[in-house]
Design a protein around this ligand. Structure first.
Ligand code: CA
Ligand code: CA
Length: 225
């Protein structure tokens, strides 16, 4: 077991009995104006990451849905999509028709799903975790580094830095606990997180950190985990 994993497990065990109140965002309807922006803790020039979120949506399975967008002036640096066939696709530094790495997992629905994706540039190893269960490992963009100086948006897909938002790609539903680390967290830590245990906070994106910048009708509420 890696040292970092042991540290996380110690943190998990000390946090077991404590419930925590976190914010949650409800996107009530299909629009091209509702979104929230997260302020990163550090720049996203990353060679590895773990990105996690809790997500629930009743959008039909044939509708593509943006789950997470990190957009620089140059490109969609990191997009996570629920694609039209129901799979979950990760795109790094891409334009509209570029290749993604897709995972054919059970469809997202009204009951909350804990979703994580991990990527490591040194090997290209990419994994999806759904409710703590790990997918097969796929290889995607080895040697790549993400660009910094972008914005992190939940609820809409920006096709330029200024906008070009499409309601038919928007997120409708509830999203919370969006966190990102600059390393690949171990399987046990991700499994623990999926069942509500708190681990050291995201060092790239911290859901319990800076206020969300709210746009349009996105509603920020509190919930207890
Ligand atoms: Ca778009
Ligand atoms: Ca886009």
């Amino acid at each position: 077991m890696r040292f970092s994993c042991i540290l996380f497990l110690i943190a998990i065990s000390t946090a077991l009995a404590v419930s925590v109140t976190i914010k949650t965002v409800v996107f009530p309807s299909e629009t091209n104006v509702d979104y929230v922006e997260m302020t990163p803790v550090r720049p996203l020039n990353l060679k590895a990451f773990t990105l996690c979120m809790r997500v629930a949506t009743e959008l039909p399975s044939e509708r593509e849905i943006i789950l997470f967008a990190y957009r620089t002036p140059e490109a969609d640096e990191l997009n996570l999509w629920r694609l039209k066939d129901g799979s979950v696709g990760l795109y790094l530094s891409t334009s509209a028709d570029s290749e993604s790495v897709n995972f054919h997992v059970p469809h997202l629905g009204a009951l909350e799903t804990h979703l994580c994706v991990t990527w490591d540039s040194s090997t290209g190893a990419t994994d999806l975790f759904m409710n703590g269960r790990k997918s097969l490992t796929k290889i995607y963009k080895p040697g790549h580094t993400m660009r910094p100086k972008g914005k992190v948006v939940i609820g809409q897909d920006f096709d330029s830095y200024a906008g070009y938002l499409d309601a038919k790609q928007s997120f409708v539903g509830e999203m919370s606990d969006v966190n990102m680390w600059d390393s690949v967290l171990c399987d046990t830590t991700i499994k623990g997180m999926s069942s509500g245990m708190r681990v050291p906070r995201g060092n790239v994106l911290d859901w319990e950190g800076p206020e969300l910048k709210r746009h349009g009708g996105a509603k920020v509420l509190n919930r207890e985990l």
